[in-house]
Write a protein of this length. Sequence first.
Length: 280
Amino acid sequence: MVQPTPWQASKTSHRSAESPRGAAGRTPQHRVEVAKVVAKVFASLRGNAGYLFAAAGSIITFLLLFNPWLTASGTDGTISADPFGGLQISTSLAALWSGSPPPAADVNGNWGVLATAACALTVFAVLVNLRARTKALAHLAAGSSVALALFVVFAVAHLNGKAAEVKAMVGYGSPRDVGAQVGLLVRWASGNGQFPLPGARQVSYATASITSTAWLAGAISLVSAVAAIAQWIRGRTTEPSPYSGPSLSSLRGRLHTPIAPAVAASVDPVPTGSTLEPHS
């Protein structure tokens, strides 16, 4: 068995002596610091669960705004629209030579822009309120979350009202239009589609409809608004009322309060053995 040298023995003893101090000194201190950080995080989150849920819902709704909320398919292709008024069209332009081509749908993107602003305002108010804890920011977070839900509902209603116009953009107009019939014939000859002969074949295609993404965004925004309003109402009910009178315990304390020393010192004591004689 190889015996350690004196230098190795001193290093080994030095390491063994340092390890308990390190385990007993640095580790508990690190745990205390972690516990303090966790306590601060939980303290900042206390009373803001509903607002945090609204902020998370706003972020998800913001991401869903960039997806198609309306899809339509016609004889000459498919088309989709988002809340910002953007259109994605897949068509063979069969009605390009038509005398009266279908007009472009006027899809307004104002509701999408307002919903984006409401998302940003909700997240900003919630994050700042975690530190500031002011009533104004709480009101702002609740109000902006409700506004976001309304903007999303208005956007869905607007797109639903424009469904017929969007679907007409992938049509070919009147069947008696010679230019449209020539375009359909060229498309059929080039192998890009079928020629719609009456009674020759059965054709099936879906009409314009709101996508599941739009319904999901509406549901998330509504639930987020409800969570923010519930948190706001809970915060108002837990606040002490400025018009409430003094409590019974405070009244009891006032009744049993002794006379102040200054008042007691201002009273002249009556000398012992002296009598009070009335003035003539």
